[in-house]
Design a protein around this ligand. Structure first.
Ligand code: SF4
Length: 363
């Protein structure tokens, strides 16, 4: 299949591995930012193909994993209200909150529905004016434009029964936060290919300059990932710290102007709490004031929530590249995809779930 087979080709993989081994004269630690990259790396064993001393660590790029427990508890509180139809992508339904997940809430009678697009939730709001339809708008810059479009359309069509619980997060402030965190080990990044397809690369150049880290915007197939690693290692060896596009079949420096304009129309930056990383300044999107009628947080005031994380879970250290899933004492025993203790075990893009799926048998 075009654009797939040639990026999984064994000879190309072998050539890239040889080139990385020849280029690396020092140990280097590189973080892949995107959860899709993490899944692919673990699925194909890309990290195990690297020469000794060149290490890949997994970043905070799974949107389900970084959504704070308090937001999940807030979603539950809203979904439990009479008259509410709560709409979410399927992967959020099994994320454990302090008092269970959305699936168990549905089993207890709440009207929780899986949608495949925010426009499905919008159509539901138009069809059911007697009900409050709330869409759970989470994710990175990649999913934000579609959610922005649904909110903008709801406003234009005066669908006053449509609102969104917004918990969008942005990649560049998270990268800066990781580089500032005590004990940081990360020296270079495989940047997020899909996020940069929307946003372009301009926000990454100041980070590369300030922290002296190469950032290679990389794709998702084994050849992409190894090519990204080779470019990153060559920059590190040469003392360069530049933004480079490996995923050039999709990413342009300027990103997608239409999508960015839509984001500007609907959202503005805000401080945002990240599960495992804490609150990062200007690392999220919130609705602009003129769209506040569609803000579910404002519409459904929720009492102060007391959240309870599992004391066993070390996903915060995993998301900063300071630990791997197999370092967790609960991995594969008390914490499994069927019974997750933390969010990184729930989503297929979470590092713990990927390790469980592809490496549990070997651990
Ligand atoms: S294995 Fe489970 S408990 Fe351990 S870090 Fe991952 S999600 Fe948390």
């Amino acid at each position: 299949m075009k654009f797939i087979d040639e990026y999984r080709e064994a000879d190309a993989v072998a050539r890239l591995c040889d080139a990385i081994a020849a280029a690396a004269t020092h140990p280097w630690v590189v973080m892949e930012v995107c959860g899709g990259q993490t899944h692919s790396i673990v699925r194909y064993g890309v990290d195990r193909l690297l020469p000794p001393g060149v290490e890949l660590v997994h970043g905070p790029g799974c949107p389900v994993c970084v959504t704070p427990l308090q937001t999940i508890d807030r979603a539950h509180a809203i979904a439990a209200r009479p008259g509410v139809i709560f709409c979410s992508f399927g992967d959020m339904l099994r994320v454990p909150g302090s008092h269970g997940d959305l699936l168990s809430l549905r089993a207890r009678g709440a009207d929780v529905r899986v949608v495949y697009s925010p426009l499905d939730a919008l159509a539901l709001a138009a069809a059911r004016p007697d009900r409050e339809v709330v869409f759970f708008a989470i994710g990175f810059e990649t999913t934000a434009p579609a959610n922005a479009m649904a909110i903008a359309l709801a406003h234009k069509r005066r669908l006053s029964n449509f609102s969104a619980l917004v918990s969008h997060v942005l990649v560049p402030p998270a990268i800066a936060s990781i580089l500032q965190s005590p004990g940081n080990r990360v020296q270079g990044f495989l940047g997020p290919g899909h996020v940069c397809t929307i946003m372009g690369t301009a926000e990454y150049a100041p980070i590369a300059r300030r922290y002296r880290v190469p950032i290679v915007i990389t794709g998702f197939e084994p050849v992409d990932l190894l090519d990204g690693m080779l470019r990153c290692v060559r920059q590190l060896e040469a003392g360069r710290a530049e933004v480079e596009i490996q995923y050039s079949r999709v990413v342009r420096d300027e990103g997608n102007a239409h999508a960015r304009a839509l984001l500007d129309e609907v959202f503005e930056p805000c401080d945002r709490a990240w599960r495992g990383l804490g609150t990062i300044p200007k690392s999220g999107f919130k609705l602009r004031a003129e769209l506040r009628d569609h803000d579910a947080e404002r519409r459904f005031e929720v009492d102060t929530l007391v959240t309870r994380e599992s004391p066993l879970c070390i996903s915060g250290r995993i998301l900063k590249g300071l630990a791997k899933p197999c370092d967790c004492s609960a991995f594969g025993t008390r914490c499994t995809p069927e019974s997750p203790l933390g969010a990184t075990m729930v989503s297929s893009e979470g590092a713990c779930a990927a390790y469980y799926l592809y490496r549990k048998a070997a651990s």
